[in-house]
Design a protein around this ligand. Structure first.
Ligand code: NAP
Length: 454
């Protein structure tokens, strides 16, 4: 029997939980796993990214949660690696570390006016409506009730999510676990028009058909597509002919282009071949200058110089997520990922012994939740193949690590604390006739975990 190893996983989103599961499910090497997260609660973007009204996708959290029932897997929440404990320090307690902390920041548009008041990153809007403890509540509670026309930049699934949440009636959302203050703010939203901007054509959009279709099925929001926007070049026709998913996406928007407005209170205007080039406003944004684009034959778009203006007092930039560096770990600034070979962290051409990576911080922000299972399992396979070469941690017991955290004044949330938070959220939901209501401040989460009493 091999000697037991201890592994720290940094980040408890899907890739971290799938990595923990892959480690604990094999029997060749005895492993104990600590899944560390800076938040007091696990599951990362499954909790704070998947749209609250997508209940079946959110239910993945039940599957991920079962990993904590397995002997040898601990949740260690409310511990920020890089702040509460350095990576170097972590190596004293673990034989191997797997970085799975995802891509938490937004990509930038790089256009004038991007930082005007009223222009927000989709990552921040999503964090707010999901009840993320670090979300900027005051900004959204001020902006949304004073906006009438919104522009959402991007045609990926995140853009579709935020558009749907802004376009739905509160009645279409009340079955979700959104915090009460989110409903209160959305109830006061005077937004009537939401313009969604795709810089390429309908054959190049990155949303998926199921998510797209929902935009055309809302209770009080019409969908508007200008037939002139449905531009297809030879390369697009080839895509449509060879890729069923793209053909389905195109069929959906073609059908919408034939619809007439039915007089609903809100309208979603889906634009293609349109990219923002400037946000105009004094303090707050009031217009978006949009340039018409054309396809260049290779699937990319180029500007035509022709512009038009969309009135907008709320702009949501939904152009992708971006990974962040972590002190003590190599980082590829160009790709915003941790450089690696088959999940082994690389510093230049050298492999860093005992360090591994999985998920979005390994490959960039792409794919569906399930993509991370294969990805995390592959990284864990590399770790297990290296097991005889791992540096041995000098203080390799859970008690050593817990003692260090306590001495450093870090109040870690363990499995019991998480279970207590989970029960408290379900109880709070029951008082509102829902399955669950998200507890949205760190103080309240720690109180629910019985770690603070005031
Ligand atoms: P995404 O699919 O990469 O979409 C980014 C969008 O931003 C694209 O339309 C892109 O256009 C556009 N864009 C990028 N730079 C731009 C610029 N400078 N100007 C104008 N537009 C620009 O990313 P995402 O929507 O953030 O989603 C991230 C991942 O999570 C995806 O894999 C997504 O499928 C997944 N996700 C899945 C679900 C679900 O399954 N329900 C929900 C949410 C997210 P180009 O294509 O032209 O670059």
């Amino acid at each position: 029997m091999h000697k037991p190893i201890r592994v720290a996983i940094v980040g408890s989103g899907p890739s971290g939980m799938y990595a923990a599961d892959a480690l604990i499910s094999q029997t060749a090497i005895p492993v104990s796993v600590d899944v560390i997260d800076k938040l007091p609660v696990p599951f990362g973007l499954v909790r704070y990214g998947v749209a609250p009204d997508h209940l079946s996708i959110r239910s993945v959290r039940d599957t991920l949660d079962k990993v904590f029932d397995k002997p040898g897997v601990r949740f260690v929440g409310n511990v920020e690696v890089g702040t509460d404990i350095s990576v170097a320090n972590l190596r004293d307690f673990f034989d191997a570390i797997v970085f799975t902390y995802g891509a938490s920041r937004d990509r930038r548009l790089g256009i004038p006016g991007e930082d005007l008041d009223g222009s927000v990153a989709a990552t921040d809007l999503v964090a707010w409506y999901c009840g993320h403890p670090e979300a900027d509540r005051a900004t959204f509670e001020r902006l949304i009730p004073s906006a009438t026309s919104a522009v959402v930049v991007g045609v990926g699934n995140v853009a579709v999510d935020v558009t749907r949440v802004l376009a739905k009636t509160v009645g279409e959302l009340t079955h979700t676990d959104m915090p009460e203050y989110v409903f209160d703010t959305l109830r006061r939203s005077p937004i009537t028009d939401i313009h969604v901007l795709g810089r390429r054509g309908p054959a190049q959009a990155t949303y998926t058909t199921k998510e797209l279709r929902e935009l055309g099925e809302l209770l009080d929001s019409d969908i508007v597509v200008d037939p002139a926007d449905l531009v297809f070049d030879e390369a697009s026709d080839q895509l449509i002919a060879t890729d069923k998913a793209i053909a389905r996406n195109v069929d959906v928007v073609k059908e919408w282009a034939t619809r007439s407005k039915s007089g609903k209170s809100r309208r979603i205007h889906l634009h293609f071949m349109a990219r923002p080039v400037e946000l105009l406003g004094d303090e707050r944004v009031h217009e978006v200058v949009v340039e018409r684009t054309e396809l260049d034959g290779t699937g990319a778009a180029r500007g035509t110089g022709a512009t038009f203006v969309i009135p907008a007092d709320f702009v949501v930039r939904s152009v992708g997520y971006r990974g962040q560096p972590l002190a003590g770990v190599p980082f590829d600034e160009t790709r915003s990922v941790i450089p690696n070979l088959d999940g082994r962290v690389q510093d230049g051409t050298q492999v860093v012994a005992g360090q591994y990576v999985a998920g979005w911080i390994k490959r960039g922000p792409t794919g569906i939740i399930g993509t991370n299972k294969k990805d995390a399992t592959a990284s864990v396979a590399s770790l297990l193949a290296d097991v005889d070469k791992l540096p041995t941690a000098p203080f390799a017991t859970t008690a050593d690590f817990d003692k260090w955290l306590a001495a450093a004044g870090v109040r870690a949330v363990g499995n019991e604390g998480w279970r207590a938070i989970d029960a408290a959220e379900r109880a709070l939901g029951a008082t509102n006739g829902r399955d669950r209501t998200t507890i949205a401040t760190n103080q309240d989460l720690l109180r629910a975990a019985n770690l603070v009493s005031e």
